[in-house]
Structures are given as C-alpha cells and as structure tokens.
Ligand binder design. Structure first.
Ligand code: ZN
Length: 396
C-alpha cells in the first residue's frame, strides 16, 4: 500500500526520459512507482493533479535563507516548499564566524538547505562583505567546512569591489584553496556590482575554476561578466564549460540581463542551471520566485524539458546529490513539484528594467518533500504568483 499517489498529471522528467500523463506513487518518503493508472485501491491517499506539470522537486541552486541572522535572508520554507522548491543551496549567507546560526534555523524548516560557506568570515551579515584582508580567515573557514562535511558542499566567493580592489585575484585563490582543502567545490559570483574593478578579471577567474565548480550570475551585465567588450564570449568560458564547470544564472536584484543572456545563447554556450538568488527585497521586487525563473527561460526560447532539467537534474548534479535528488526514479527521495503552466499574456523584467513578453507562465500548485505534502503560499505579488499582465499592443 502506497502512502500517496499524485494522479493524472503530466510528468516531465527528462533525466528519467519521462514525458506523459502518469501517476507517481510515494511510500516511506521515497518514489515507489511511476506508471499510468495506478489503482486508487493501492494507496492510502490520492491527490488529483490533472492538468498540472509534475516534475522532480525543484532545486534552487542560489538563494539566501539565513533568516534572522542576515537581514535579507528569506524564510527557508517561504522560498522553498511554499514556493514549489524542495531544496535550496544557500549561496554563502554565512561565513565561518556566523555559521553556527544555522543550528537555529535548519531544525525548523521542511525545505532541505545546503549551505555554502562564504570565504568572508562574516558571510553576508554586513555589506560590503570583504572590507580588509582580515575579513578572510582561511584556517577557520577550512575548519568549519570540514566539521560539517554532510552539510557544507561548497565555498562561496564574490568577485566584487572592494574585495577585488583590496586583494585582487588573491581573494578567489584563497577561496579555491579553502574549497580544495575541505574537499568541496567553489561557487563564484561574477559581476562587480560596484562597477569599479577591471572586467578582465574574468579571464584568470575562469582559468581558476576546476571541474565541478560553479560560476553564478552567468547573465550579469556588470563588469567581470563572460562577454568581452564586443559582446563575444571570452574563450576561457567555453574551456571552463568543456572541463565540467557549471554555469548558473542566479537572477538576484543586480545580475541578470535578457540582452546579455540572448548574446550568450546566440553563441551556443547555454547555462546548466537557473536559480533565483532570492532575498527578502528581491522576492518582493525583482526575482519573485523559482517558478518565475522557469517562466523567464521559457520566454527566452528554452523548451519545457530544458527548463525542467535546469531546475532539477542539473542542479542535483552540480551539488553532487544526483543519486538522491533531481529525478522521479524509484527509490529516490520523494521530492516532487506540481506546477501549473498556463497560457496568457504577461511581461517580466530583468534587473535593468528590460521587458520580456511571455505567453506561458509557471506557478506552484503543490510541493512534496520526502513524501510530505505542502500547499504553496499565496505568492510574492499582490495578486499571487503570475507575472505582470502585458498590455495589449504594448512594447516588447
Ligand atoms: Zn547571492
């Protein structure tokens, strides 16, 4: 007897080669069966999800949920299971000196949180993060990371001023060293939001990244992005992708441009992962939700299977959790997202205010985390989850 069957949805799980109307059976927190027409008599509970898209649990590879410690940290479940997301990588909200704050947060959330540790010892508690060489304590960073091997999967570094002005490439090199000594990966934020440092820093930075490392803010319009002055991808970007560096688009309030994205897409080096870089103000104004990130990529011309892969299987692989997460295969953790995908006329905006008309949009309908069912929150906008309505005959 199954605990739960999600019945009649369109299962889209490219990693399992599934796309069709199928039922998903869950037992003891694991996926027990994916098949057509599982009999109601075989399960304790049925939830009808006809008309919805059923995907592996969404993984947000870059968000900020250090709630109560950092002022802009979103409540983990608000950005997680109440937004259709089952796993969140917290991208360096905490550093070695503040990491202990997680023990007051993690036991109380249903969403799985995987914290990356900031190379700045106070993390993002105050901005700017690195204000002197003493902002980094390499020994402490390695110690905290190695003390929590099951939790911390990466080190985070931000290629911004004043850190770069003070330390130059020494800063990401120290972060790489910490990651190497702790046996975990490096995630690097590109795009100098202060616009003060030499954009050519992208060349040695990309050369520093090893297979499995993650570059985040791939579509940033800020100096230090992957496009040169002529709009061409720097050669190191393709070399990095070829050797297995992950490219993630993390939207955020300052690092996502449709124009940059289109130029990159036109040159054929597609991102692997899409994520929010969610913060409290970002949720209200610019970023909104993981499902909206998926909407944006449909609007940029990606197919539904591509968008699902970039939100499930690829981030699972990027964090080394592909044996457990990112697929609806029997025996995997029962993390499932049930999404509405509606036709309509909407417009979404990047951080520069550039509009993109979209005629399909996602919203979360139901989230299943380790077999437990959560109903999403009302949504980040006054009217819920959907983007702004497009005005007929309007601009874009
Ligand atoms: Zn971030």
């Amino acid at each position: 007897m199954y605990d739960l069957v999600l019945k009649g949805g369109r299962v889209v799980d490219p990693a399992s080669d599934l796309d069709g109307v199928l039922d998903v059976a869950i037992e003891n927190g694991l996926i027990a069966r994916v098949a057509a027409a599982i009999a109601p008599a075989e399960t304790a509970r049925v939830i009808e999800v006809g008309g919805a898209i059923v995907t592996p649990g969404l993984i947000d590879l870059h968000a900020h949920v250090f709630e109560g410690v950092n002022r802009t940290g979103v409540n983990p479940d608000l950005g997680g299971v109440y937004s259709g997301v089952t796993t969140i990588v917290d991208a360096g909200s905490a550093g070695a000196a503040t990491f202990g704050g997680w023990r007051h947060i993690l036991p109380h959330c249903h969403t799985e949180i995987i914290p990356f540790l900031h190379i700045c010892q106070t993390g993002l508690a105050t901005l700017p993060d690195i204000i002197a060489e003493s902002s980094i304590n390499l020994a402490d960073t390695v110690k905290v990371a190695t003390q929590h091997p099951d939790l911390i999967r990466g080190i985070k570094a931000r290629m911004v001023s004043p850190a770069l002005e003070i330390m130059g490439m020494e800063m990401p090199k120290l972060a790489k060293r910490a990651a190497r000594e702790a046996g975990i990966k490096l995630m690097v934020h590109i795009g100098d939001t202060e616009k003060r440092y030499d954009p050519k820093v992208i060349h040695p930075l990309l050369a520093l990244l090893e297979p499995g490392d993650i570059l985040t803010h791939y579509f940033t319009p800020n100096p230090g992005g992957v496009l040169d002055g002529n709009g061409k991808l720097v050669p190191e970007a393709r070399e990095a992708a070829d050797r297995g560096v992950w490219f993630d688009t993390a939207h955020g309030r300052m690092n996502f441009s449709f124009d940059v994205g289109r130029r990159i897409i036109d040159q054929g080096l597609l991102p692997h992962c899409i994520s929010t870089d969610l913060t409290v103000p970002g949720r209200q104004m610019t970023v909104h939700s993981m499902t909206e990130m998926m909407t944006r990529f449909l609007g940029l011309g990606f197919t539904l299977p591509q968008v699902v892969t970039m939100s499930t299987a690829n981030p699972a692989r990027a964090i080394g959790a592909e044996q457990r997460l990112g697929r609806l295969a029997v025996g995997r953790q029962a993390d499932v997202s049930v999404l509405d995908l509606e036709d309509g006329a909407w417009v979404v905006y990047d951080i520069l205010g550039a509009p993109l008309r979209v005629d399909r949009a996602f919203a979360p309908r139901l989230t299943v985390k380790k077999g437990r069912v959560f109903t999403p929150d009302f949504g980040p906008r006054p009217w819920g989850w959907w983007p702004d309505r497009a005005i007929t005959g309007g601009c874009c």
